[in-house]
Design a protein around this ligand. Sequence first.
Ligand SMILES: Cc1ncc(COP(=O)(O)O)c(C=O)c1O
Length: 398
Amino acid sequence: MSHGKKTQMISAGRKPKWTQNVVNPPVQRASTILFNTVSEKKDATINRAKQTLFYGRRGTNTHFAFQEAMTQVEGGAGCALFPSGAAAIANSILAFVETGDHILMVDTCYEPTRDFCDVMMKKMGVETTYYDPLIGEDIHTLIKPNTKILFTESPGSITMELQDVPTLSKIAHEHGIVVMLDNTWGAGVNFSPFDHGVDISIQAATKYIGGHSDIMLGTATASEKYWDQLREQCYLMGQCVSPDDAYTALRGIRTLDVRLRQHDENGKKIADWLTSRPEVDHVRHPSLPSCPGYEFFQRDFTGGNGLFSFVLKQSNSKATTALLDGMSHFGMGYSWGGFESLILANEPSSFNSLRTIANPNFTGTLIRLHIGLEDIEDLIADLEAGFERYNKALTAHS
Ligand SMILES: Cc1ncc(COP(=O)(O)O)c(C=O)c1O
């Protein structure tokens, strides 16, 4: 029987083989799995890559339930698990390159993705070329005979540029290149990677999948063509996760859609409010035309979430500090995707080391917000008080 995406998120990964007929699958903690007979052991060995209990590093029924759920939600043929989003990115890249190869990496990628290319890939003799997130079909000018991976992230980290993923994928596929996407922002729900030409969709499940700021976990979901290579090469790197984190992430999927919609509603209200603030130069929220590449959000995404940025007209670190210090509801901390609101500031100079091609081209400080599930009036009052401190500090230091 056909069913919609919301129904799928409730039923995905809940077959009795994993759940043993309780609603959520039991948490199976295991290194050793015992076999009753030589023949059972032989069968498990033959089927060890096919969600069969074999040895803890290959996963238990708890992991299999979560992997199956992720594959149903994102699409693709299978999902590999990693102890963090960063590990999912690093190991997915590693699985598809060898010395002498070349990677096309979006310039607005998550900072540790860039560091992995600049340090680890360089050490292995793999060259990285960074490209403008808005390059579109001109990507073909950067493709070399040894290009193996086109890595995308849409929207980009911190500065939020959206990419034309279908066009990039089409051109990459004409050259036999694997297309990877950091799909953490789309969360597998609001951007369907495999419908847009992506071969491997990576998520920091630390963010919206977990949704409560209490797990470290990464996923990489692959199309049929690349699943075997991804799974086996990441397995060789010893990648595995705790069953408790797999369980927690699976539970996160059940409420993912409703949480995302509320984050999105709250985020849009704050973004709209910010557009009318005199201190703000522009807002980089994917649903607003002031966000670079917003037309791709309109075309390819089915919804948003609570993560976006805005740029202040001025860069004054004392005033920015006054804005950030003393917030009541916005916490100051890395990561995002939990139920709580967060705030971080980036001075324009910090992009000097983060970007080589896509100069964000603004002079004011960028503030990144994650809008949580609090009452919107409380969040606005918090930001209003922050702007008051900011303006006072600006006058005092002018
Ligand atoms: C877009 C994006 N990708 C990947 C990661 C890495 O995830 P983790 O912190 O789980 O390693 C993050 C973390 O902030 C992120 O924002």
